[in-house]
Ligand binder design. Structure first.
Ligand code: FAD
Length: 364
């Protein structure tokens, strides 16, 4: 049985571990500094909204395409996972359109006027002019989900544990240290590197293409009704964005946000928080029943750092030392949840390739 150590217990590491464990032929240990239940600026996954707003610029990208059917299925098959259906509404502002293209801080792919995802997302439709708020050029609507990350991450961990995956806390300074961390006491054959943003600081990886996009949020008890809106821009600056997501199972409502590249500041900025709440009330006055931002009941202010990477996500295998392989799965920027199963599927394929190659060499 191949021995696998997964470095990272965010959505990327846990989903990779789960999909590998489902194969039933590996011994898997997940090693991480941060685990579900923790809130830390070095741990992005708990801070996400999280919903599905397809962002890929590449219409053939499989990661988001392959993830959507799984998340949609979990809504009904595993209600305890903390995912529910919500309609998403994507609004393109007049001001953000130049030469027929929409320029957006969050993702140009999401705001494309003829998006590839219209064939993928259920109930996709373009909005009629009468449905558009003032200042909007156009918009679309489709079935999406909102994931309560405080429920979903522990659920993923529980699914892994049920299939025999072991968990250990550790802080690694070099990727090769994972080799000796399997619960079996034997050396790992394969390491899955799902270290997120910290891939830029991890010895043996030190990926200089990785950088943060800071996202500030406000989590409130107030409930939004109707579709989850997001706009291509706001009047509050190029890295300020608007989105509202009501989480499943009493998880509150996430008000966002910001997308500030190369900003590592982990402290919520009170001025930004006020602007986030103002924008949310403008889009959803019913949130505070007409009482403005004073009507919010705040659960928490938060900041998460999206793990961006120049050139996009890194999912590939690499040999380190004579016998150990690493399969990298990091750099998911703002789409780590909505691409999680597609990326994990690729991780499983790469692991299979390594195992088959090792197996045929052993026979020679
Ligand atoms: P992380 O969650 O950061 O996990 C990394 C793991 O590696 C941790 O367990 C950490 O402890 C461990 N680790 C790293 N280095 C070491 C080391 N040296 N030693 C030991 N352990 C180590 N995505 C969506 O799909 N939809 C959304 O709506 C959405 N909204 C977002 C909103 C905000 C405000 C933010 C910040 C992000 C959002 N995202 C969203 C993006 C998503 O959250 C990320 O893409 C995803 O969480 C990245 O997960 P990860 O597992 O790769 O990294």
């Amino acid at each position: 049985m191949p021995i696998i150590v997964v470095l990272g217990a965010g959505v990327s590491g846990l989903t990779s571990a789960l999909q590998l464990a489902k194969q039933g032929n590996h011994q898997i240990t997940v090693i991480a500094k941060h685990m579900p239940g923790d809130y830390d600026i070095e741990y992005t996954s708990p801070w996400a909204g999280a919903n599905v707003l397809p962002m890929s610029l590449n219409k053939d990208s499989r990661y988001e395409r392959r993830t959507w059917p799984v998340l949609r299925r979990l809504v009904t098959e595993a209600p305890e996972a903390g995912i529910h259906i919500q309609t998403a509404r994507v609004l393109r502002r007049e001001k953000d359109i130049a030469a027929g293209q929409v320029k957006a801080a969050l993702s140009d792919g999401l705001f494309d006027q003829n998006p590839w995802y219209k064939e993928v997302m259920d109930n996709f439709r373009e909005l009629s002019p009468s449905e558009l708020p003032p200042g909007m050029h156009s918009g679309c609507e489709f079935m999406s989900v909102c994931i309560n990350t405080a429920i979903y991450l522990p659920w993923l961990l529980g699914q892994c544990a049920k299939l025999g995956v072991h968990f250990k806390r550790a802080v690694l300074s070099h990727i090769s240290e994972a080799t000796s961390m399997s619960h079996t006491g034997k050396n790992a054959d394969i390491i899955i590197n799902a270290s997120g943003l910290l891939a830029c600081k991890l010895g043996g990886v030190m990926d200089k293409k990785v950088y943060p996009a800071r996202g500030q949020i406000v989590l409130v008890r107030n409930e939004a009704s109707g579709a989850m809106p997001t706009t291509s821009g706001t009047d509050d600056g190029d890295d300020e964005i608007l989105y509202v997501m009501q989480r499943a199972l009493g998880g509150g409502t996430i008000l966002g946000g910001t997308y500030a590249k190369n900003n590592w500041d982990g402290n919520p900025d009170p001025n930004i928080a006020v602007r986030i709440m103002k924008r949310a009330v403008e889009a959803h006055p019913e949130l505070t029943e007409g009482k403005g931002i004073e009507g919010f009941s705040i659960i928490r202010h938060g900041v998460g750092l999206r793990p961006c990477r120049e050139g996009g996500v890194r999912i590939e295998k690499e040999k380190i030392g004579d016998t150990t392989w690493v399969v990298h799965n990091y750099g998911h920027a703002g789409w780590g949840y909505q691409g999680s199963y597609g990326c994990a599927e690729r991780v499983v394929e790469l692991v299979d390739e390594i195992v088959n190659e090792k197996g045929s060499k052993a026979k020679l």
